[in-house]
Design a protein around this ligand. Structure first.
Ligand code: K1U
Ligand code: ZN
Length: 167
């Protein structure tokens, strides 16, 4: 098992689009395990492969308090969205920044699991938010992109200053 380094906003690699995964092999299973370990250690409730500089359509999610409800989604796509919810979001690539984002209240998502089986999941509330947040990462989008230009500039400046201090 390995902890993977997480890219930090505004790293341009966070803007890359992830490619579909053709075959679920041992390399993908190892990546999923390492991403889950990285997410639990952070700690976070989700992690997209983009955030660990792997540009493949793989996300891991666990919103449970017991941290034993791991969801691994490969080549996921949202088939349906319904309703609106607004809540505070954070991101392991944007440490220390939280802001409100509007998302669909419910989503239906189709994906492949680690056994290569096609699955369909209907999610609502926090799980629906987390799925939308992680699938945005695979399209090169970070939650900060939904905020005003002024907020985006302030966040960029703050994180770039922090990166200079810790370098
Ligand atoms: O994608 C990521 O960077 C993970 C992110 C997911 C997320 C959080 C909130 C709303 C939508 C998506 C995080 O996990 S940030 C950390 C966090 O929210 C958290 C950490 C510990 C316990 C509970 C939540
Ligand atoms: Zn994120």
């Amino acid at each position: 098992m390995a902890l993977l380094p997480i890219l930090r906003y505004p790293d341009p690699r966070l803007k890359k689009t992830a490619a579909p995964i053709a075959t679920v092999d041992d390399g993908i299973r190892t990546l999923a395990r390492d991403m889950a370990e990285t997410m639990y250690e952070a700690p976070g409730i989700g992690l997209a492969a983009t955030q660990v500089d792997v540009h493949k359509q793989l996300v891991v999610i666990d919103i449970s308090e017991t941290k034993d409800q791991l969801l691994v989604m490969i080549n996921a796509r949202i088939l349906a969205r319904d309703g609106v919810q607004e809540g505070e979001e954070g991101c392991l690539s944007v440490p220390g920044i939280y802001d409100r984002v509007q998302r669909a209240e419910r989503v239906t998502v189709q994906y492949m699991n680690l056994d290569g089986q096609e699955k369909t999941l209907e999610a609502e509330g926090l799980l629906a938010v987390c799925i939308q947040h992680e699938l945005d990462h695979l399209k090169g989008k970070v939650f900060v992109d939904y905020l005003s230009q002024l907020k985006q500039t302030r966040i960029k400046n703050k994180l770039m200053k922090q990166a200079r201090i810790t370098a």
